[in-house]
Design a protein around this ligand. Structure first.
Ligand SMILES: NC(=O)c1ccc[n+]([C@@H]2O[C@H](COP(=O)([O-])OP(=O)(O)OC[C@H]3O[C@@H](n4cnc5c(N)ncnc54)[C@H](OP(=O)(O)O)[C@@H]3O)[C@@H](O)[C@H]2O)c1
Length: 333
């Protein structure tokens, strides 16, 4: 019977790019679940770019992580003890108590997963928050209509790889993606991107020039990519501002060509996926079958063991992942 468990804590607010020394792994007592609680043994942890923002002590749409407290994040695991009728022992569940081996949670804080429909890890990626983000961006924020030219930055990541495939199925006539290596752009072509631009080979603006004008831009990167998309936009183009990873560690200059948003009557709209929970049902009903049939595909980059969680998180800023970055704690799963 396990009495202690390991968790990763934030020990310092990162300045610029986070360092391994901003984190520590701590062994703590594992409490017994109280009435209405479950004990979950985590099997897969998610690391996500938004976590960088939560490491700063600033007011945002999610609270900052506490110092010397365990970090939080999406995770899936197996229920080992339960005092709740709703969540049986043995169930595979999803919750937000990641960055740790075990979690004791109220039954209402976990969601029982259907692992016949998809592997548990998919609920952290293609069939989870990142996939829903792509769906929200392209249906509610910058809706794709028949014949649109769509540009997706960060296209080989968890959100971007779904966004390109969804855009195609929503009627896009041309889907353009950018990513940071030749291997990644080769994969983008495999999954149906018509044009895949390696932004490390030449400035993204000069490469995009040959493929515009863009009707819809799904922005995961910000910085030079946002400026390029504005430069090569069509009149009345719609931009879904999803993220700006180029500036998460150190802010990057804003686009120098914002006046084109006036001249071309652009719509630039930011969004946070958690504001759009009402679209989750439509997302599962539509994208779920595409994933189940293999018509829409996804990749995972998986590191093994809690000790590699920080490495996985830091790898997001270095392009170490293709598709969803995950940490697997239980190789038997
Ligand atoms: N608004 C929302 O509700 C919401 C929800 C989820 C995610 N997001 C945002 O969506 C974006 C993608 O998230 P994700 O989970 O799918 O992450 P991801 O794309 O799977 O991983 C991050 C990727 O960003 C790229 N990258 C890192 N630094 C870069 C730079 N300086 N310039 C260009 N690309 C860079 C890397 O790929 P390369 O090798 O191609 O550089 C890396 O693989 C992030 O900005 C995230 O914050 C927003």
């Amino acid at each position: 019977m396990t009495t202690t468990t390991r968790q990763i804590q934030l020990t310092a607010r990162p300045q610029g790019r986070p360092q391994p020394s901003d984190f520590r792994t701590v062994e703590v007592e594992l409490p017994d679940p109280a009435d209405g609680q479950v004990l979950v043994r985590n099997t897969v942890l998610s690391v996500d770019p938004y976590m960088r923002g939560r490491m700063n002590d600033v007011k945002s749409y999610v609270p900052a992580y506490g110092l010397d407290e365990p970090l939080e994040g999406g995770a899936v695991g197996v229920v080992e003890q339960s005092t709740s009728e709703d969540v049986p022992v043995g169930a595979t569940v999803q919750h937000m108590a990641g960055w740790r081996e075990h979690a004791v949670l109220d039954a209402g804080q976990v969601r029982v997963l259907d692992t016949d429909a998809a592997p548990a890890s998919a609920y952290l990626g293609a069939l989870g928050m990142p996939g829903l983000t792509a769906w929200v961006g392209l249906t509610a924020i910058a809706p794709v209509t028949d014949g649109d030219r769509v540009f997706v930055s960060g296209a080989a990541g968890a959100v971007g790889s779904l966004a390109g495939q969804i855009a195609r199925r929503l009627g896009a006539s041309k889907v353009i993606g950018s990513a940071g290596s030749a291997d990644k752009t080769a994969w983008l072509r495999e999954i149906g991107y018509d044009v895949a631009l390696d932004y490390t080979a030449a400035p993204i603006g000069s490469q995009l020039r040959d493929h515009g004008p863009v009707d819809v831009y799904f922005d995961n990167v910000g910085g030079d990519h946002l400026e390029a998309a504005i430069q090569h936009s069509a009149d009345f183009a719609r931009f879904a501002l999803c993220g700006g990873i180029a500036g998460y560690d150190t802010p990057v200059p804003g686009p120098r060509n914002m006046m084109l948003a006036v001249a071309r009557r652009l719509t630039l709209r930011g969004f946070i996926v958690s504001d759009h929970a009402e679209l989750a049902g439509e997302f599962y009903r539509t994208v779920g079958p595409w994933l189940a049939s293999g018509e829409v595909t996804y990749r995972e980059t998986v590191l093994e063991g809690l000790d590699r969680t920080v490495e996985g998180f830091l790898g997001l800023g270095e392009g170490a992942n293709t598709g969803k970055m995950l940490i697997r704690l239980d190789t038997a799963e």
